[in-house]
Design a protein around this ligand. Structure first.
Ligand code: RIB
Length: 307
């Protein structure tokens, strides 16, 4: 079985259900509040594990109640936690999430211990990169660490996947080290420095072509309910999303990464893997919360989508 290593963030999410998202300077009342295990890195690791991939995680949490709960939850979900360190200095990462009635959200992240994941940690854990087949990163840890991990992974001949969330500008080197770059529309605008008010199909394709010219091998733009755009130097292809009633989009992008990489690691083609990832993400938005909303393989295989 192919091995997958996730290097990224682990957060405790404080999630507020509201009728709508607040306007600038406005206070609104939430009708429900829940605490969920989250963090883009940890969500992706759990998504992979629930889809029966062999997954190990590298990350840092605080040596506090949240940190221990987050790590136990990863173990409970069959994620190997040998790469997780407890920081005595900084508390665990936190996210404040507001979810509206249609499932849209606004997220603020306090990185905390996630920003303590630095190059010396990666050097100490190099064996985990040596023994893996795929390396998956996001952008909730220091960017120098992301660049270092991707560089090491490429030097060791691994397949690299970068989910560019949250949106940050990327170095030329990071772009070159990525086999698969996976932004959403907003993140694509930031990476390519194309600040369109609203990105349409032609603009999307132009932006992906810009990245191809900069050496990115495969670009996958997630478009929410509109589906996904896959582009490389030779071709571009749109794939439709599965239609569901969304109640909470938290971790939808993370579940997509989990589905895509699981399928790729199982030897499926890129397009088949995108189709599978779309299914996983569609199921995720029908449930509340981050890791708790991620589907198991049997659920994806048996889910009946309306046509
Ligand atoms: O992608 C969703 C995640 O973003 C949440 O779980 C939150 O922790 C933030 O990292």
């Amino acid at each position: 079985m192919q091995k997958i290593l996730v290097v990224g963030s682990i957060n405790m999410d404080l999630s507020f259900e509201c009728k709508r998202l607040p306007n600038l300077g406005e206070t609104i009342i939430s009708n429900n509040y829940k605490k969920y295990c989250g963090g883009k890195g940890a969500n992706q690791a759990v998504a992979l594990a629930r889809l029966e991939s062999d997954v190990t995680m590298i990350g840092v949490v605080g040596d506090d109640n949240y940190g221990h709960e987050l790590c136990s939850n990863l173990k409970f979900n069959q994620v190997k936690t040998t790469g997780i360190r407890f920081s005595k200095e900084v508390s665990s990462g936190l996210a404040s999430i507001i979810v509206d009635e249609t499932g849209n959200n606004q997220i603020v992240v306090y990185p905390g211990a996630n920003y303590e994941l630095l190059v010396p940690d990666i050097d100490k854990l190099e064996a985990l990169i040596v023994e893996t087949d795929y390396v998956v990163c996001q952008l909730e840890i220091p960017i120098v660490t992301v660049e270092y991990v991707l560089q090491k992974a490429k030097q060791l001949g691994k397949t690299t996947i970068l989910n560019c969330a949250p949106a940050r500008e990327l170095t030329k080197k990071i772009l070159e080290y990525c086999d698969f770059l996976i932004p959403n529309e907003t993140e694509l605008q930031v990476i390519t420095n194309t600040h369109y008010p609203l990105i349409n199909e032609t603009e999307l394709i132009t932006a992906t072509q810009k990245l191809s010219k900069q050496g990115v091998k495969n670009i996958i733009v997630t478009l929410g309910a509109k589906g996904v755009l896959y582009a490389n130097a030779e071709q571009t292809q749109f794939l439709k999303a599965f239609s569901v009633k969304a109640i909470d989009s938290t971790a939808a992008g993370d579940s997509f990464i989990g589905g895509f990489v699981t399928s790729l690691a199982n030897g499926k083609t890129i397009v088949d893997s995108l189709e599978f990832a779309n299914k996983v993400a569609a199921i995720t938005v029908t449930r509340r919360g981050a890791q708790i909303s991620l589907p198991y393989l049997y659920e994806v295989e048996n889910y009946r989508f309306s046509s």
